[in-house]
Write a protein that binds this ligand. Structure first.
Ligand code: SF4
Length: 341
């Protein structure tokens, strides 16, 4: 899957910074660096999990790739049938086709459904926008989409307040599917649901991925969900990617102390399987004034002197022919050699 030809989205040097303005003349005195210098590839057909605490930049990363937020700098190359194009240099009207190919499912589908519209009213909007003028055709399409997410087609005549959270999330997924996307960002898509409903929606997403040949970016703070659903995982901290690996490899051979702490906090039912919890001190620091050196150093239980002044560069180790990338001074040269063997 990690063949270069299979790359759907290539992100390079992505920075989503917001200016901090002060004074009467509103001079820019600094930037909130919500996403800072991110490089990543999204492969066709994969489920790429993105994890981290609140405020680490994962939602901003998803929205920046979709161009729902226009990033400050960097490139987002999308593989169109006619070849790769940079979404960052496209004009607004040219982005329309890219937006059809890339959709988002939000945590709270209620906020994205107009309460005064029936489900048909809300779901037909994207269809009209992308050229389906005939009302009967739209009805047929919406009936098919509701069936695809295991809801009866007559639900299209009802209003959002008549549904449970799980049903509304299914409608949100059906709406995202309506314009035949290739790539869907699921932003905390199951976080607000009860555990039993979460499992149903996750299974539905996996079924739809096969049926519609989709690629997902699955953003969540819940590592147990991401472990269950993802092929690969990105761990973010303070706008940076600190570790990327295949899911199994990340859990079996965790390299970054932040990832270790997140994994140690996953609740485990079997008392014999419980991991020793690694407590994290304090909160994620402000992205306006990030710490020097390694951004994680003020909270890192393994911090060394070098970490306070020198930012660790990403290092890619090969494990069974597969890359595992980490940003930490603790990953020493000897270890890199050992892991390559
Ligand atoms: Fe911790 Fe240093 Fe590694 Fe940063 S570079 S995660 S502070 S050990």
């Amino acid at each position: 899957m990690t063949d270069d030809k299979n790359v759907l989205i290539r992100v390079r040097g992505l920075k989503t910074w917001y200016p901090v303005k002060k004074g009467v003349f509103k001079h820019t005195v600094g930037y909130v660096k919500a996403v800072d210098d991110v490089d990543l590839d999204v492969y066709r057909g994969e489920i790429l999990g993105v994890v981290g605490e609140s405020g680490c930049g994962k939602t901003t990363l998803g929205k920046s790739i979709l161009q729902l937020i226009r990033p400050y700098a960097g490139n987002v190359f999308y593989d169109f049938p006619e070849g790769e194009k940079d979404l960052m240099t496209m004009k607004k009207k040219d982005l329309d086709e890219a937006r059809r190919r890339m959709q988002i499912v939000f945590q709270d589908p209620y906020s994205s459904l107009n309460p005064s519209f029936t489900i048909f009213g809300s779901m037909q909007e994207p269809l009209i926008r992308f050229g389906m003028k005939n009302k009967e055709e739209r009805k047929k399409k919406i009936a098919e989409l509701l069936q695809a997410v295991n809801l009866p087609e007559d639900y299209m005549e009802r209003y959002p307040n008549e549904f449970s959270g799980g049903q509304r999330q299914r409608i949100g997924i059906a709406r995202a599917l309506s314009v035949s996307p290739e790539f869907i960002v699921c932003d905390e898509a199951v976080s607000a649901l009860d555990v039993s409903i979460q499992a149903q929606v996750l299974q539905l997403l996996m079924k739809l991925k096969e049926e519609y040949k989709l690629t997902y970016m699955f953003i969540t703070h819940d590592l147990s969900v991401v472990e269950y659903i993802s092929d690969r995982i990105i761990v973010m901290y303070l706008g940076h990617i600190v570790e990327i690996a295949d899911t199994q490899e990340l859990f079996a051979n965790t390299l970054h102390p932040y990832t270790e702490a997140l994994i140690s906090a996953i609740p485990v039912a079997d008392i014999n399987q419980r991991r020793k919890r690694i407590p994290l001190q304090g909160d994620v620091p402000s992205p306006v004034n990030p710490p020097s050196g390694c951004p994680f150093h003020p909270r890192c239980p393994k911090c060394q002197d070098v970490c306070k002044t020198k930012k660790p560069e990403p290092v890619t180790l090969m494990k069974n022919g597969r890359p595992h990338t980490v940003c930490c001074h603790l990953v020493k040269t000897e270890e890199r050699k050992e892991k390559k063997e």
